[in-house]
Ligand binder design. Sequence first.
Ligand code: SF4
Length: 324
Amino acid sequence: MSGAQIGKVDPLVEVIDLVRHYPPRGAVFAERKAVRAVDGVDFRIEQSRSFGIVGESGCGKSTLARLVMALDRPTAGRVMFMGNDLFSLSAQALRRLRRNFQIVFQDPQGSLDPRHRAKRIVGEPLDVAAPGLPGTERNDRVAAMLAAVGLRPDDGERYPHEFSGGQRQRLAIARALITEPALIVADEPVSALDVSVQAQVLNLLRDLGDSRNVTYLLISHNLSAIEHVAEDVAVMYLGKFVEMGPAREIFAAPAHPYTQALVDSVPDPQRPDRRRHRIPEPAPAATTGCSFAPRCPRAEARCRIDAPNLRPIAPGRHAACHLI
Ligand code: SF4
């Protein structure tokens, strides 16, 4: 494809059989096995929806986010964004298309230049996307954006170190939203924040998503964060999706044993005595069959032979388990 297609395209993002394997390091040649960071993943994100990917550290979710943003190349598969195959575009067309997505990182401290005032930091993406914008209009848009994330107009005069952690993440969100990008990728957006401010920032993300029709790809190990913001969710385990569907339904009635254990790990003050599915600590992946089998309390003989595929289990819901 010669250039970036702009306009309303549904789905906004379509990921097709995406694979990212890394060559092993430090092993004797005969023992070498590729690291299967992403191992055949399919999903789509409709316009104005929020899609969450949840899983333990090392499950491949951040690699997947990097692939969706074309910050890494896949071993196989495709990422379609606004109808364009990201990995078939010329470098120039990819650069143009990239303006349609912005990133909110885990650590707001590291993503904001400490030498610049907040108004410059927030306005910078606008200077790139709309360099001819009159100064007064630019300043008005920065002030409006600061207000939209709950900061005062005079906060624009302050430097990053003068803000609290939660306020810095608000600045990072303002910076990401100011060009009205088609997609916001938020990678562990509250993990570096105090628990006391996490809910505020998640509420802000959700409210901005509702009021501005933002499409989010939210990555987190924290199920509560995903539950707060995402409408659709995929649960990832060792490079594969093991369950996917509407977030509300999955969190209310998880089907896959791994999802059940994740949901049970979240404290519920209303139901302190509820029955919990417990799983052992992370173990090496099975070399054949279901990769979750070494930790699964329900594993049976066939689980160690045949790998289950992600398949429909109810309208809009998919899971990969022989017993569902
Ligand atoms: Fe557990 Fe077997 Fe289902 Fe895998 S396929 S999650 S091992 S029951």
